[in-house]
Design a binder for this molecule. Structure first.
Ligand SMILES: [Zn+2]
Length: 310
């Protein structure tokens, strides 16, 4: 035991031309020095490791943050794109509603039934009202919906509304309007059964009688073609005009006829002059309106049709 304690380790350092140096240690000191240097190296490498780990983590965090920022930007851009698209789609849908209302007005005018509302739209409207349970439309859905509706409206407009409207407008253009005179007058004898002014009993008067001075110009109440221009024992000198679409008009008791059979006349065109020819007791124009050959009461035809004021 004693021998071991006195044991020492010696390091001899020799230098050229000088005394060698001797360093001696006790083993414990050597052990301590070894331990200390081990600890020192351990701490150093741990610190180095820790520092490089933190560095890596820092870099990783920065990368992640950058990615997150990119994602957030992308998301914001996407959202604004969607919002823009949705906003545009809503705008277009509103315009489509206006367009559809306009087309429905035209359809009504053309004598066609109103369009059925688009099923998606009524569904969406229901969803609006009830809130929960409804399917939310994405911007793409809205876009597809508007495109679909626009296509349907255009197809309807081209295939049905336009031809029907043209027909309606042509029919309206052929419709007799107003009285055949441009002077102040009144209805001296109306349409319907009346007492026979020339004898006993009753007769059917198939038109209206408008008194006016002898020679007052008589005008056509609608455009058309003269189909009769001549003499009848009852109407005297008379003119019959075919306006198309089933409409025709007759003007009687003229003193002078200013058109001939086959002539084309305009609305308001001069066709003759007031007289008292035929079965008449004074200067007046007898005016009849026929639809498909049947006399109708001309009174509704004295005013422009109600839709003209709409
Ligand atoms: Zn008459």
């Amino acid at each position: 035991m004693k021998r071991r304690v006195s044991e020492r380790y010696t390091i001899l350092i020799t230098r050229t031309g000088r005394e060698p140096r001797v360093v001696s240690f006790r083993p414990l000191a050597l052990l301590l020095a070894g331990l200390l240097s081990l600890i020192w190296v351990g701490i150093g490498s741990y610190a180095y490791y820790k520092a490089s780990f933190l560095d890596d983590t820092e870099q990783e965090l920065q990368l992640l943050a950058a990615q997150a920022r990119d994602l957030a930007l992308e998301l914001a851009a996407e959202r604004s794109r969607n919002e823009n698209l949705a906003g545009k789609a809503v705008e277009i849908l509103e315009e489509l509603d206006v367009l559809e209302a306009e087309i429905n007005r035209l359809r009504e005018r053309a004598g066609l039934p109103k369009m059925e509302p688009a099923p998606e739209e009524s569904e969406a409207a229901n969803n609006d009202g009830q809130g929960g349970g409804g399917r939310l439309l994405s911007a793409e859905d809205l876009y597809a919906l508007t495109t679909e509706r626009l296509k349907a409206l255009r197809a309807d407009l081209n295939a049905k509304v336009e031809p029907a409207l043209k027909e309606t407008l042509a029919k309206e253009a052929a419709r007799p309007v107003g009285i055949p005179l441009k002077v102040k007058t009144y209805i001296v004898s109306g349409y319907g059964t009346r007492r026979n002014p020339f004898g006993p009993g009753y007769e059917f008067h198939d038109g209206l009688d408008f008194p006016a001075w002898y020679g007052t110009p008589i005008y056509a109440t609608a455009p058309g073609r003269v189909v009769e221009a001549g003499w009848s024992n009852i109407l005297g000198r008379y003119v019959k005009i075919d306006h198309g679409y089933g409409y025709s008009t007759v003007y009687g008791h003229m003193s002078k006829i200013l058109v001939k059979r086959g002539d084309k006349v305009e609305r308001g065109g001069l066709i003759g002059k007031v007289g008292s020819t035929g079965r008449s007791s004074g200067p007046h124009v007898h005016y009849s309106v026929f639809i498909w050959g049947r006399a109708v009461n001309p009174v509704p035809y004295l005013e422009p049709p109600s839709y003209a004021n709409r």
